[in-house]
Design a binder for this molecule. Structure first.
Ligand code: IMP
Length: 198
C-alpha cells in the first residue's frame, strides 16, 4: 500500500501522511520541510500518553504504535527535548513538562552559577504503517543564553543559541529551519520517503 502511494510522487501527486502532535509549532516546521519532498502532512492533534523514559527514541516509538492503534493510517510522531550537560541532561525527555512548570526563567535560574551552559536539542521521529516503526533522529548543539531573547519559534527557542551563532532560535527562526534537530530528522525522513520509490 505504502509503495503504491509513494509511486504517486513520480506523477506529481502528493503522498499523504498524518503527523500526530498537539504542538502547532512542530507541525508547521514539519510541513515546510516535508512539502519539499512531495509529502503532504495532515495534522492529527492527538494527545498521546507517553511512556516514562529518558530516551526520545523510545518515547516516539511507543507513541507511534499507540497513535496507529487509534488512526490505522500511515503516520509519524515526534519527540524532542533539550539536554543540558551541566544539569545532568535535565530537562531532556521531560522538557515539555518542565517548561510548563518552571518556564525558560526557571532554566536560566538553574544555570546561574553552573559550570558551562552547553546544551543540545534532540529529536526522534517515529514512522509507522502499523507493523514496524522506523526512527529518524536529529540533534543540534549550542548553549543556553544568559537571558530570554526573541519572539519566534516556541518552547526553549528564546534561550537556545546554536553552535557558532550569537542569536537565539527565537531571534533567528529561518536559521532554525535549516539547522534544527527537527530539521535534521525531517530531512532524513523525507529522503527515506523519496528513496522508497526508486
Ligand atoms: P514533546 O516532544 O512534545 O514531549 O516536548 C518537547 C518539548 O521540548 C516541547 O514542548 C518544547 O518545550 C521543547 N522543544 C522541543 N523542540 C523544541 C524546539 O525546536 N524549540 C524549542 N523547544 C523545543
Amino acid at each position: 500500500m505504502f509503495k503504491n502511494r509513494c509511486r504517486q510522487i513520480h506523477h506529481g501527486v502528493f503522498l499523504e501522511i498524518h503527523f500526530c502532535t498537539s504542538n502547532k509549532g512542530k507541525f508547521s516546521e514539519a510541513e515546510k520541510i516535508l512539502n519539499k519532498y512531495g509529502v503532504n502532512i495532515i495534522h492529527a492533534p492527538l494527545t498521546l500518553e507517553e511512556r516514562r523514559s529518558e530516551s526520545v527514541e523510545e518515547i516516539a516509538e511507543g507513541c507511534a504504535l499507540r497513535a496507529y492503534s487509534i488512526l490505522r493510517k500511515p503516520l509519524f510522531v515526534e519527540d524532542s527535548g533539550l539536554f543540558v550537560p551541566a544539569l545532568n541532561g535535565f530537562p531532556g525527555a521531560y522538557s515539555a513538562w518542565v517548561l510548563g512548570k518552571i518556564g525558560n526563567e526557571g532554566i536560566l535560574r538553574l544555570l546561574s552559577g553552573a559550570k558551562g551552559r552547553s546544551a543540545e536539542f534532540r529529536c526522534a521521529i517515529a514512522f509507522t504503517e502499523g507493523k514496524e516503526v522506523r526512527l529518524f533522529t536529529g540533534s543540534v548543539r549550542g548553549r543556553v543564553s544568559e537571558s530570554i531573547r526573541g519572539n519566534g519559534g516556541f518552547g526553549y527557542d528564546p534561550v537556545f543559541i546554536p553552535e557558532g551563532g550569537e542569536k537565539t532560535f527565537a531571534e533567528a527562526p529561518s536559521l532554525k529551519d535549516s539547522l534544527s534537530h527537527r530539521a535534521g530528522a525531517l530531512q532524513k525522513f523525507g529522503e527515506y520517503l523519496s528513496t522508497k520509490v526508486k
